[in-house]
Design a protein around this ligand. Structure first.
Ligand code: PEP
Ligand code: MG
Length: 595
C-alpha cells in the first residue's frame, strides 16, 4: 500500500517489509513505539449463580453477546476484504472460522445447556465449556488441533468481553510509549490509560465520535480507529508508527520511514508549542465578539490540562468515570470528594457537573450488575442501546443512584460556582421531576443538620435529542441554561450511530438539519434570556466554529487540547468571514455546508 505524496515510502524494499494501514484519524499526534496487542490477552470472568427466575434473561443476554460477536467479526471481515494488501486471505478465512464457531456450534449449545442446567452466569458458562474443549483437544497431539484450541480461546474471550461490556486491563506495566492495539477499545479501557506512559491507541472498530475517540482527544492520546487488519499484523513488541491526525498506522517501518515520521513529529510538536503560546490571549474575533472558552473534562488528570490551556471554567464535567473500572458503586462521600477536586481545582471558575450519563457506549460493569439486582436491564444489553434506558431516564427510574449523586453535587456546590446539567432531556416533565429530586436531596442533607447551598445551583438541560431542540421554547422557561450536545444531536437527527465505523463517513454535524436544530435552540434561549453553549465535539473543530458563532453561540466547551486551536481560529475571524457564517441558511435555504 502506498502513501500519497510521500515518495520516500515507495522504494521496493520498503513496500516488501512494512505494512501501511488506514483508519479514522480521531486524535492528532505522531508516535513511534512498541505495539501492545490487547486482543489476545486474558479476560476476567465473573462467576455467580443465576436465580431460576433469571435463567431465560441470562440465555437472552448470552444470545445478544453471540450476535454482537458475529456482527463484530462480520464488520472486521468486510473491512479486511475491502482493503487489498492490508490483510491476507488467511485472515478472512480465520474470521469466517470464528463466525462459524458462533452459529449453532457445540460451543454455543454447550453454554446454553450450562446456563440452564447449572444456573451459572453466561461468562462462567463460556469459560467452563471452553476449558472442557481444551482439555479434550490437548489430550490429542496434533498441530492442526493445537491451532483450533487457540481459535476457541479467541472466540471465548470475545464472547466474555461482549458479555462483560467493560474490559479491565492493566496498562500500568507496559513499556513507556506503547501503542495499544485492540479490536475494540472501550471508554473504560481508555480511562485506565496514563497519557504520559501510553503512546497512543489503535483499534479495528469504532467511530470518530465514539466516547473512546472523545476520551483519546481529551487525554491528548494520538488515536486511529477502524483500522482493519491491524490486530493480526501488529504483534506485541513490534514497532508501529501511528499518525493520529491522518489515521495512518505503519507496522514494522523501515529506518527511512522512521526518519521521515520523526521529522513530521518534530514539526507537529513545534506547531503545538506555537499554539500553546496563545493560551493567555482573549478569545475575541477581529470584529470584537467575545467568546467564552471552557473545557470538557472527564478524568481528574485532565484538570491540569484544562487550567494550563486557559479554560474559563469546566463547561462539561462528565461523571461517568466515577463508575468505571471498579467493583463497588461510589457512595455519596466518595462522589463528593472526587467532585470537590474539580471545584476547588478550578479556583472560582464555574464547573458544570453533568448527572450520570451512563448507557449507550458508556458502560459500567458494576452499574450493570447493580441494575440487574434492581431488575433494571442496562441499556447496553438492549437492541438499541443509544435509545434505551440511559442518562436521565435511568436516573429517574433508579432513584437511589440519582439521589446519591445529587446529594454529592449539592454538597460540592458550597465549595465554588457549580451548575447542574441534565443529559438526554426530551420533555418538560423530566425537568420538573429533576427539580423535585434536587429539592428532595437538599431536604435530605438539611435533615442531617448539614449546610446546603443557597440558592440552589443553576439547572441546565443538554439539548442532544431532536425533540428537545424542537420544544426549546418550552424547555427554556424551565431551566437556567442550555448546553447543546452536538455528538448525540447529530447521531439522533441523522440516525447515524456515532460509534459505528461503517457509517462514520456519513456522520456530519454540519448537516443543515443539525444546524437548524442548533439555530432553533439558540433562538429559544435568547428569547427566554438564558445562556446557551455547545459542549459537543463540534465546539472543538475549528472548521465548524465560524458557523456556530454565526448561529449566535458565544460560549464553547471542548477538550483542553483543542482550546488553543479554536482560539486561534476565533482571533482570525474578521467581519466578512463572520457575516458569511451568519448567513448560512440564506440563500438558498438548507444549502449544504462544506467546511
Ligand atoms: C454530546 O452528546 O454532544 C455530549 C457532549 O455528550 P456525550 O458525548 O458525553 O454523549
Ligand atoms: Mg451526549
Amino acid at each position: 500500500m502506498k502513501i500519497e505524496n510521500e515518495p520516500i515510502l515507495r522504494t521496493k524494499s520498503t513496500a516488501q517489509r512494512e505494512q501501511i494501514f488506514h483508519g479514522l484519524g480521531v486524535s492528532p499526534g505522531i508516535v513511534i513505539g512498541p505495539a501492545y496487542v490487547v486482543e489476545r490477552g486474558a479476560v476476567s470472568v465473573p462467576e455467580y449463580m443465576v436465580p431460576v427466575s433469571r435463567v431465560t434473561a441470562e440465555l437472552a443476554r448470552f444470545a445478544q453477546a453471540v450476535s454482537k460477536s458475529v456482527a463484530q467479526l462480520g464488520a472486521l471481515k468486510q473491512r479486511v476484504h475491502s482493503q487489498e494488501g492490508a490483510a491476507s486471505e488467511d485472515l478472512e478465512g480465520l474470521l469466517e472460522a470464528h463466525m462459524r464457531m458462533l452459529t449453532g456450534s457445540r460451543l454455543i449449545r454447550g453454554v446454553d445447556a450450562r446456563i440452564t442446567e447449572h444456573r451459572i452466569n453466561a461468562e462462567a458458562a463460556v469459560q467452563a465449556v471452553t476449558t472442557e474443549f481444551m482439555d479434550q483437544y490437548s489430550a490429542i497431539a496434533d498441530s492442526y488441533l493445537a491451532g483450533r484450541i487457540h481459535d476457541i480461546s479467541d472466540v471465548a474471550n470475545r464472547l466474555i468481553r461482549n458479555l462483560n461490556k467493560v474490559e479491565v486491563h492493566s496498562f500500568t506495566n507496559l513499556p513507556r510509549g506503547s501503542i495499544i492495539v485492540a479490536d475494540d477499545i472501550t471508554p473504560a479501557d481508555t480511562a485506565l490509560m496514563e497519557p504520559r506512559r501510553i503512546g497512543g491507541i489503535v483499534s479495528a472498530l469504532g467511530g470518530a465520535q465514539s466516547h473512546t475517540a472523545i476520551m483519546a482527544r481529551s487525554l491528548g492520546l494520538p488515536a486511529s480507529l477502524a483500522v482493519a487488519g491491524i490486530v493480526s499484523a501488529a504483534g506485541t513488541g513490534r514497532t508501529l508508527i501511528l499518525d493520529g491526525g491522518e489515521g495512518r498506522v505503519i507496522a514494522d517501518p523501515t529506518a527511512e520511514t522512521i526518519a521521515h515520521f520523526t521529522e513530521l513529529r518534530m514539526q507537529y510538536r513545534k506547531k503545538r508549542r506555537q499554539l500553546y503560546r496563545q493560551r493567555k490571549l482573549p478569545a475575541i474575533t477581529r470584529n470584537g465578539i467575545d467568546i467564552t472558552l471552557q473545557a470538557n473534562v472527564e478524568l481528574p488528570l485532565e484538570l491540569e490540562a484544562a487550567k494550563a490551556n486557559g479554560a474559563q471554567g469546566i463547561g462539561l464535567l462528565r461523571t461517568e468515570f466515577m463508575f468505571m473500572n471498579r467493583e463497588t458503586l461510589p457512595d455519596e462521600d466518595e462522589q463528593f470528594e472526587t467532585l470537590a477536586t474539580f471545584v476547588t481545582g478550578m479556583a472560582g471558575q464555574p464547573v458544570t457537573i453533568r448527572t450520570l450519563d451512563i448507557g449507550g457506549d458508556k458502560v459500567s460493569n458494576v452499574l450493570r450488575r447493580y441494575l440487574e439486582s434492581q431488575n433494571l436491564p442496562d441499556s447496553g444489553t438492549s437492541d438499541n442501546p443509544a435509545l434505551g434506558l440511559r442518562a436521565i431516564r435511568l436516573g429517574l427510574k433508579c432513584r437511589p443512584l440519582l439521589d446519591t449523586q445529587l446529594a454529592a453535587i449539592l454538597r460540592v456546590a458550597r465549595l465554588g460556582p457549580v451548575r447542574i446539567l441534565l443529559p438526554m432531556i426530551m420533555s418538560v416533565s423530566e425537568v420538573h421531576q429533576m427539580r423535585a429530586a434536587i429539592n428532595q436531596a437538599r431536604n435530605k442533607i438539611a435533615t442531617r443538620g448539614a449546610p446546603t447551598p443557597s440558592p440552589l445551583p443553576p439547572l441546565g438541560a443538554m439539548i442532544e435529542v431532536p425533540a428537545a431542540a424542537l420544544i426549546g421554547e418550552s424547555l427554556a422557561k424551565e431551566v437556567d441554561f442550555f448546553s447543546i450536545g452536538t455528538n448525540d444531536l447529530t447521531q439522533y437527527t441523522l440516525a447515524i450511530d456515532r460509534g459505528n465505523e461503517q457509517v462514520a463517513d456519513l456522520y456530519d454535524p454540519t448537516h443543515p438539519a443539525v444546524l437548524r436544530l442548533i439555530e432553533l435552540t439558540v433562538k429559544a434561549a435568547q428569547q427566554a434570556g438564558i445562556d446557551v453553549n455547545i459542549c459537543g465535539e463540534m465546539a472543538g473543530d475549528e472548521r465548524c466554529v465560524p458557523y456556530l458563532l454565526g448561529l449566535g453561540i458565544r460560549d464553547l466547551s471542548m477538550s483542553a487540547g483543542s482550546l488553543s486551536r479554536v482560539k486561534r481560529c476565533i482571533r482570525a475571524l474578521d467581519d466578512t468571514a463572520y457575516r458569511q457564517a451568519s448567513n448560512i441558511f440564506t440563500p438558498p435555504a438548507g444549502a449544504e455546508i462544506k467546511t
